[in-house]
Design a protein around this ligand. Structure first.
Ligand code: ZN
Length: 300
């Protein structure tokens, strides 16, 4: 394997691909990938002699990365994990690999790293099949005292307290979060969960984790105007410019799919704030640059 592929399972890749190509057939794509993977495992080579690139081959005929894309080396292109078998990162050091992968993604995709990170399963939501997730969510039970307290609050309501907010934050940033349990309440658009997040934001308006949580609701519920207002407040109040930079990226990423252009709005808001405006302008320029390059050139 050439350096630079991002390993991904067939299932995750199919989900990702279908997200952006809604009219493709899941079964057909999975079969094409299975076939190409099997060809790769059986040492089928590109006409030029290189090993075939499974993902590109499934979509456009068996060939290597270079022959398909015309580029010397993959940069942030995916490859099916099983075809990356002999790669050193596959053995053992997976956590370090994921950490490096995350840092790399943030560096390479300053404009859309949230989405990129979501793709590799860092958020509440991962790219496993929807039905399988629903199964997990139905089966999820609270395991820690924090989880029990939170579930009781989600189910029955009650007083909003700092202890509850702390419990929520602790669970979210735990080493092994109980994702299915929390996802269940997000998907239900649980009003108490939403209250807790908004109450947290009242107290800590610039907390980017809570803003992320609110934007996660946007996947299931229409909270767009609330989300926009909360992000604007955060951008106004955040004085640390590094954190401001991240907030601006998150704001843009979490609202653009709903048709809102946060950059446009923020440019006007910070017209007279040289430092903040400079950050916004830099991000706009980076976005334009990355759009010109079209980094994800998976052929169809
Ligand atoms: Zn080739």
């Amino acid at each position: 394997m050439k350096h630079g592929f991002i390993p991904i399972s067939i299932k995750k890749y199919v989900n990702l691909h279908l997200k952006h190509n809604k009219d493709q057939d899941r079964k057909e794509l999975t079969e094409a990938l299975d076939d190409a993977l099997s060809a790769n495992k059986h040492d089928v080579k590109c006409a030029c002699g290189n090993p075939i690139w499974v993902i590109g081959s499934a979509l456009s005929g068996y060939a290597c990365f270079t022959c398909i894309t015309g580029e010397a080396d993959p940069e942030d292109d995916y490859e099916i994990d099983e075809a990356c078998g002999s790669d050193p990162y596959q053995e053992g050091d997976i956590d370090r690999f994921r950490f490096e992968q995350a840092s790399e993604i943030i560096r390479k995709h300053p404009d859309n790293y949230v989405e990129k990170l979501e793709e590799i399963g860092f958020q509440w939501f991962d790219d496993d099949a929807w039905e399988e997730e629903e199964e997990e969510e139905r089966a999820a039970v609270p395991q820690t005292e924090n989880q029990k307290a939170l579930v009781a609050f989600f189910e029955e309501g009650g007083l909003l307290t700092q202890a509850l907010l702390d419990a929520f934050q602790a669970e979210k940033y735990a080493d092994e979060p109980n994702y299915p349990l929390f996802r269940r309440y997000f998907k239900q658009i649980n009003s108490n969960l939403k209250k807790l997040i908004l109450w947290g934001l009242d107290k800590y308006p610039t907390d980017s984790g809570l803003l992320d949580d609110l934007s996660f609701f946007q996947e299931f519920d229409n909270v767009l105007s609330e989300l926009i207002n909360r992000y604007k407040t955060a951008c106004l109040q955040e004085e640390n410019l590094d954190r401001f930079d991240i907030l601006v990226q998150d704001f843009y990423m979490s609202t653009i799919e709903s048709g809102f252009d946060a950059y446009y709005e923020l440019e006007e808001m910070f017209e007279k704030n040289t430092e903040k405006k400079h950050i916004i302008d830099r991000q706009i320029a980076e976005l334009q640059e990355s759009e010109d390059e079209l980094p994800c050139n998976i052929p169809l």
